[in-house]
Each structure stands twice: as C-alpha cells, then as structure tokens.
Design a protein around this ligand. Structure first.
Ligand code: SF4
Ligand code: SF4
Length: 429
C-alpha cells in the first residue's frame, strides 16, 4: 500500500486531524499513532506490524491506497460510474418561463406566451416510457418561470400520465418543485404530498425587503406572509423544503428578522426544512471576504434555533446536477439544456427533444462533455476531488485556463480546513 496523495494532516491540541479529500473522511488521532504514520510514510505496510487495527482503519478510510492506484484517474472513473450506474435520472421540466412576479435579479426573459405544448409533453412521456426501466430512481423537477402557473393544465395531467408509466416498474419516482410559493393552494399541497415532493422556495430578506423584490399586483398583500405560511403548511405535511435565503451585502444582516418569524415552528416542522444562503449574482461590489463573517454568523443563528443549514462552504463540494450525464432540462419548447442557472436561450441550448422521445444533442453538449470531469490542468491540484475544476458551466465560460476559483496554494489549504470544520459541524448538528 502507499499513502494517498490526498491526505492532509493538521495539529489539533495534543492530537492530530487526519483528513482525506477523496473519501472526504476526517478523524482525530493521538500523537503516538501520528508518529507511527509519519515514521512509515514511505513504506506504510510496516504500520501493519506495529498497529494492525490502525493500518486496517487507514486502508478502510482511503488514507492508504494500492501501490498501483492512479488516484486522480480513479476519482474520474468513480464519477463516470456514478453517471452510468442507472441509479438516478433527473429531468428538470420548464412548463413555462412565464412568472407572476418580477424579481429584479431574475436572469430569465419571461415569455408570457411560453407554455409546454401537448406535443412536447407527449415527447417527454415517450422519453420516459423508453427509459424508465434503466433507472432505479427518477426525479421530475419542475422549474421555470413559475411552474405552478401551469399546475392545472400541465403539471397535474403530466404527473397523472407519468403515474401510468411508473405502474408495473420498480422505479421510484419523486417530484421536486422550485417555486416562489405564492400560488400554492391546499389542493396542490395534498396532490404533491402523494408524490413525495420536495420544494425549493426563496426568501429575499425580512418582510419589508422581501416584498420590495417579490411584489404582488395588489401591493396591500404581503407575498412574504403568503410564502412563509405556505412553507409551514408544506412542512406540516412532512414535505421537505429547501429554504433559500437570497441575499445581497446590504440585505444579509436583516435575515435575522426572518428567524424571529420562523423560530416558533415546532421541532417536527423544522426537521423537514433546510436553509441555505445564496448571494444574488449581480451583487458583486463588496468583496466576499468582507461578507463572510456576517454570513457565518447568520448561518450559526439558524442552527441555534434548530434548523439544518447547508453552509456556504459545504455547498461547494457537491457535484452539480449539470455535471452529471444523467441530468438535463427540458424547456417548454422542447429545447434541451444542462444548466438552470443561465437563461434558456438559443445560444445556451444543448439539444432538442424529438417527437419520437429521443434527444438530439448538439455541439455545445459535446464541448461540455469534454470538460465534464475536470480540465486536465486541474488534475494535479490537491483539492481536485472536492473542486473538480469548478462546474462544467463555469469551465465552458472560462476561455483561458487559470484556476477559475482564483485559488493560491494557501487558499486550497484554507478550503480543506473549512471542509474539516464543516464535517465537524455536520457530525455534531
Ligand atoms: S419568482 Fe423566480 S422566476 Fe419569478 S421573477 Fe422571481 S426569480 Fe424569476
Ligand atoms: S479550479 Fe482551481 S482549485 Fe479547482 S481543481 Fe482547478 S486548480 Fe484546483
């Protein structure tokens, strides 16, 4: 065996923290064992004679790897296997790009007439019929625009047809909806509860700030109150809700007021929620380093009142759905995309859903595939397994090579230290 090149060691009081960025496993070890490790780093099999249990532990947790292992290639192979394993297919459906609101930061052009035609719905159902048996799990994720504008004429009938496709198969279906939650009714909530549905719903600040962003035609009605009440109703139905706090440098400190509006929810309700903070992409004047302490403090306050928080740092280590081969977006007009964080334009399009239920991919998709598992320049990076060279969308947009995160070697070590801290918090939440 040999020592993994992705091991990191940090002193911690009279002990040491040992972390491996491929297995993402962190442990604390006594200095006696640390000495054994350090003294035998060149020939770690000797550890087996001195401390066999410790040796076995190091092998099991990926701190020691086979002599022949090419760890970087193994990381890529694992990602590819994940994609082709047939475990999970995620289809994001934009039934419309229209929306009943007009948030200032929204990057989409809301075509009022945009609506998925019956032909495109049939093509999508044909795609599912052809592919259902290949997957253990299929997630239908509704996005937009505001998808609930199409609840009666697209979402509900589509899901009822999908139920027919599902019957007689072993495939588990679930539904996810990214919605502003202003149109959600008790009838819809009952319907979605039958589909094991999870939600992503955004809050833009305290009631005053939020209503400035999400203003309803009748200004006397608070969209904030409607949304907060609807989130609670979903949680009461045991439906998972990702509560997304969209902030700017100015609005971030005011999220404390939101906490006083949701603090009194029961522990059972809070169990089904998770909170994550996201900076609005146009807000880039104040350097992130200046905001970070306020953000960490806000996240901590959410934890203190009993919510699970996806910390802004732990978000960075998950593979984005757009980087997975088994995930794509079907727009209302049958165009296929990979990323939902960019406008659904001709330029960003990656294929077409054909009437026979197949997908014709284009050149842009081929370009994405070439960088999907990281650029070759990133493969020597010590945090490659966590960063993957950034998401495929940012690699496509970053024409000249440089570290797209702008990281120095010191930044990478800080990144690892933050990851260790996050694992610690996750274990003790
Ligand atoms: S609610 Fe969502 S889709 Fe509608 S304008 Fe706001 S960000 Fe855009
Ligand atoms: S983008 Fe930067 S930090 Fe990420 S893997 Fe590449 S070189 Fe490393």
């Amino acid at each position: 065996m040999k020592v993994s090149k992705y091991n990191f060691i940090f002193p911690s009081g009279n002990r040491f923290i040992l972390y491996n960025s491929v297995s993402d496993y962190m442990t604390q070890i006594e200095s006696r064992l640390m000495d054994v490790y350090n003294q035998n780093e060149k020939d770690p099999d000797k550890i087996n004679n001195i401390a066999p249990d410790f040796y076995q532990f190091l092998c099991d947790k990926g701190f020691l790897v086979n002599n022949e292992a090419d760890e970087t290639e193994d990381i890529i192979t694992r990602w590819k296997e994940e994609d082709s394993s047939g475990q999970k297919l995620q289809i994001t459906v934009n039934p419309t790009l229209n929306c009943n609101l007009n948030c200032w930061y929204c990057y989409e052009k809301h075509g009022k007439e945009s609506r998925m035609s019956p032909q495109t719905q049939e093509a999508l159902l044909l795609f599912l019929k052809k592919n259902v048996s290949k997957y253990q799990e299929i997630v239908i994720s509704f996005f937009g625009g505001e998808p609930l504008l199409c609840y009666d004429d697209i979402i509900k009938p589509l899901l009822e047809r999908i139920k027919e496709i599902k019957s007689g198969t072993q495939t588990v279906f679930s539904v996810h909806i990214t919605t502003n939650a202003t149109l959600l009714t008790p009838t819809m909530i009952d319907f979605f509860a039958r589909w094991n549905t999870s939600f992503q719903i955004t809050i833009d600040g305290n009631e005053f700030l939020h209503n400035l962003v999400k203003n309803l035609p009748d200004r006397s009605v608070s969209s904030y109150r409607i949304i907060i009440n609807n989130i609670r109703k979903l949680l009461q139905q045991k439906l998972y809700v990702g509560i997304r706090f969209n902030y700017t440098a100015k609005t971030l400190p005011r999220f404390i007021d939101v906490l006083s509006d949701i603090n009194h929810w029961t522990d059972e309700e809070k169990k089904y929620a998770n909170i994550s903070f996201h900076r609005i992409w146009q807000d880039n004047k104040v350097p992130f380093e200046e905001i970070k302490p306020v953000l960490s403090d806000a996240e901590e306050k959410c934890r203190q009142i009993g919510f699970y928080v996806n910390s802004h740092t732990s978000n960075t280590v998950r593979r984005c759905y757009a980087d997975k081969d088994s995930s794509f977006v079907v727009n209302y007009d049958g165009s296929i995309y990979k990323c939902t964080a960019r406008d659904f334009t001709e330029e960003n399009k990656e294929g077409e859903l054909l009437l026979d239920g197949s997908i014709a991919w284009n050149e842009r998709y081929k370009k994405r595939q070439a960088v999907m598992y990281g650029k070759k320049e990133c493969k020597n990076c010590i945090i490659f397994s966590l960063c993957r060279g950034g998401c495929s969308q940012s690699i496509l947009e970053n024409k000249n090579f440089s570290c797209i995160k702008g990281f120095t070697e010191e930044d990478k070590i800080k990144f690892i230290q933050q990851r260790i801290l996050d694992i610690y918090k996750e274990r003790h939440k």
